[in-house]
Design a protein around this ligand. Structure first.
Ligand code: ATP
Ligand code: MG
Length: 322
C-alpha cells in the first residue's frame, strides 16, 4: 500500500434544511443552516478527523458559504491547497427537507455554482501526484470537469502503487450511454466499492445481492462494503468471505452524511492496517454517531470518540437480527 494522502474531487456545498418535516419547499418555512456539506467534503473531513492524510480538489465561491467550508476542512486537517475560489460563481448549495416517511426532497445548486467549475489546475495535479489513494463519489460525476480529474488522479495514484475506492451514490436513472461506460470503468477499477442499498444491484446490473457480489468481484473489484442504514453493513471479500455488522441503536436526527462518514472511516481504518472486521465496526459506529447530529458534518468523530461510542452504545438490533 502506497503512502501519501487520501484524496477526493467534487462538490463542496452548504446545506440548508427545513426544521419541520413535510413535502418540499412550496411555502415559507423555517430553515436552519448553512452547514458545511457535499459528499466528497464530508468524506475527506472524516478521513482527516481519524488522523489520515487528506486532500480535496474542489471549487468554492468567494463568499461566506465558501469560507465556512474552507475553515472547517482546514481546521480538521484537510489539505485545501487544490480548492480554487471562484470570483464569478457562488458556492454550491443543497436545500433539504425531510418527508414524514423519512424520504428527502432536495433543491440543488451544483452544476451552475462554483462546485461545477472544478478543473485540473496545477494545484490539483500536485495533490494528485502525491496521493496514495483516490476516492471517487458518484454524486460528483455530474460535474463536467470531474471526469478528466478522476482520469488523471487514478493514473497518478496507480503509478505510485496507490489504491482507489468508489461510492456509486448516483441514481440508476442518471446513468446512460457514455456515462454508463465511465461508471462501469470506475466500478471495475475500484479496490473498494461502497454501495448503499440497491446501488449494489444497479452497479452489477442484476437483481440479487449474492449474484451482484459475485459479478462485481469477477469484474475485478477488490472488496465490497454494503451500507444498510439502521440495519448496519456487510463486507464481502474477494475470497468469498462475508462479514455482517449490525447497526448501533441510536435516535436518528439527520441521516445525511452517514454513508460518506461510514465510507471514510472504513477506508481510513484499512489504510492504517486495521483488519476488516474492526474497520467495519468503527465505520458502523461513525455512521451511527453521525445521524444523531443535525448537519452532515457535525457528527464526525475521531478514534477516541468512536471508542467511547462503541463502548457505551447498544447494538440490540444485532441480537434481534440474528
Ligand atoms: P447517505 O448517502 O445519505 O450519506 P448512505 O445511504 O450512503 O447514506 P446509510 O446506509 O444510510 O448510507 O448509512 C451508512 C451507515 O451508517 C450504515 O451502514 C450504518 O452503519 C450507519 N447508519 C446509518 N443510519 C443509521 C441509523 N439510523 N442507525 C444506526 N446506524 C446508522
Ligand atoms: Mg450514499
Amino acid at each position: 500500500e502506497a503512502t501519501g494522502p487520501t484524496i477526493v474531487a467534487g462538490e463542496i456545498l452548504v446545506e440548508i434544511m427545513a426544521i419541520e418535516r413535510g413535502l418540499g419547499f412550496l411555502e415559507p418555512l423555517e430553515l436552519t443552516g448553512p452547514y458545511p456539506s457535499g459528499a466528497p467534503a464530508i468524506f475527506i473531513d472524516q478521513v482527516a478527523r481519524l488522523g489520515g492524510g487528506a486532500g480535496i480538489i474542489a471549487c468554492v465561491g468567494r463568499d461566506d458559504f465558501g469560507t465556512i467550508n474552507l475553515e472547517r476542512l482546514r481546521h480538521d486537517g484537510v489539505d485545501v491547497s487544490a480548492v480554487s475560489v471562484s470570483d464569478r460563481y457562488p458556492t454550491g448549495s443543497a436545500f433539504v427537507r425531510y418527508r414524514p416517511d423519512g424520504g428527502r426532497d432536495f433543491v440543488y445548486n451544483i452544476a451552475e455554482s462554483a462546485a461545477g467549475r472544478i478543473s485540473l489546475t496545477a494545484e490539483a495535479r500536485r495533490l494528485a501526484d502525491a496521493a496514495g489513494h483516490l476516492h471517487v463519489m458518484g454524486s460528483a460525476l455530474s460535474i463536467a470537469g470531474l471526469k478528466g480529474i478522476v482520469a488523471y488522479a487514478v493514473k497518478a495514484a496507480r503509478a505510485r502503487g496507490g489504491s482507489t475506492s468508489f461510492d456509486p451514490n448516483v441514481r440508476k436513472e442518471l446513468i446512460d450511454g457514455a456515462d454508463g461506460a465511465h461508471f462501469a470503468a470506475l466500478v471495475d477499477d475500484a479496490d473498494l466499492l461502497l454501495p448503499s442499498g440497491d446501488e449494489l444491484l444497479a452497479a452489477a446490473g442484476v437483481d440479487d445481492e449474492r449474484q451482484a457480489v459475485a459479478a462485481l468481484i469477477a469484474r475485478g473489484v477488490g472488496e465490497i462494503v454494503l451500507k444498510r442504514g439502521a440495519a448496519g453493513s456487510t463486507r464481502f471479500g474477494a475470497d468469498g468471505s462475508r462479514t455482517d455488522c449490525p447497526g448501533f441503536l441510536v435516535e436518528e436526527v439527520d441521516p445525511t452524511g452517514a454513508g460518506d462518514c461510514f465510507g471514510a472511516t472504513y477506508l481510513t481504518c484499512r489504510r492504517k492496517g486495521i483488519e476488516p472486521g474492526k474497520a467495519l465496526l468503527y465505520a458502523n459506529a461513525a455512521g451511527a454517531l453521525n445521524v444523531t447530529r443535525r448537519g452532515p458534518m457535525e457528527g464526525l468523530a475521531g478514534f477516541d470518540a468512536l471508542d467511547r461510542f462503541i463502548f457505551g452504545t447498544d447494538r440490540a438490533a444485532t441480537d434481534r437480527a440474528k
